[in-house]
Design a protein around this ligand. Structure first.
Ligand SMILES: [Zn+2]
Length: 250
């Protein structure tokens, strides 16, 4: 019996080696959301990089180093929010592209990523079964020196993506701006928080209270205390999901 047990242990163990790639994939914290057009799956990849899967199409937002795309599908659409290296990374874009991959980005990004179609703050586009709205993202008080901002108004885009009647918001790099507070009917919000570039967790919580999504997922939060954010939203009825956006590379 002992040998038999060892034999099965050996099979399971060696199986483990063969499936390690699949295991690395299953370790990803994919979130599943129901819509009237079917399921939308959203997978955190790294920092601001994420994958959206629905209706057989794959959309990436801000694919950028050091995100690990192994085991993930090629992109049908890539959305980019801004010019900084944690959002716009030509190397990652080419890594996940295939023939026919479309890219949408604000004009400041199109200067570098020439293959992208331009979409500016306030513009709406339709792409397959999705509606894509470009939302402002900018600093109102923080910058590298007085009178300057890390993100100037009009340069970058947050996005609201609608599929099957559900609205998904990706904030990009922003502070607690009026355009964010005025968002309506958001089902899931991905909201940034990190200093000095965007905002601290308590300001992010104030903004989220104002537009009141059903679910909020902090992303682009390096170095922030997410418990502050979660505690601030206690009792509001907004579901806070904390995910690991900084996985160790495997
Ligand atoms: Zn950023």
């Amino acid at each position: 019996m002992k040998w038999l047990a060892l034999f099965f242990f050996g099979v399971i163990f060696s199986g483990g080696i063969f499936v390690s790639h699949a295991q690395a994939q299953s370790a990803r914290q994919t979130q599943t959301f129901d819509t009237s057009a079917g399921v939308v799956k959203i997978t955190p990849v790294y920092h601001a990089s994420l994958l959206i899967e629905a209706g057989g199409k794959n959309i990436y937002v801000d694919p950028a180093k050091p995100a690990n795309f192994s085991g993930l599908p090629p992109a049908d659409l890539i959305l980019i929010t801004d010019i900084h290296g944690d959002h716009m990374d030509p190397g990652s874009i080419s890594q996940i592209s295939k023939s026919g991959t479309e890219i949408m980005a604000p004009p400041a990004v199109v200067k570098t990523v020439a293959a992208a179609q331009s979409i500016s703050n306030g513009e709406t586009k339709t792409w397959n079964d999705w509606t894509i709205e470009a939302i402002p993202m900018y600093n109102i008080q923080r910058g590298p020196s007085p009178g300057q901002f890390y993100h100037t108004k009009g340069r970058g885009n947050g996005y609201v993506l609608t599929y099957g009647g559900r609205r998904f918001y990706f904030s990009g790099d922003t502070e607690n701006i009026p355009e964010m507070r005025a968002l309506k009917n958001i089902y899931v919000a991905f909201v940034c928080m990190n200093l000095p570039y965007t905002m601290p967790p308590d300001e992010a919580a104030q903004a989220v209270k104002a537009f009141h999504p059903q679910i909020v997922i902090p992303y682009h939060y390096r170095g922030s205390d997410l418990n502050v954010f979660k505690n601030d939203l206690q009792g509001t009825g907004i579901e806070v999901r904390l995910l690991d956006w900084y996985p160790k590379s495997d």
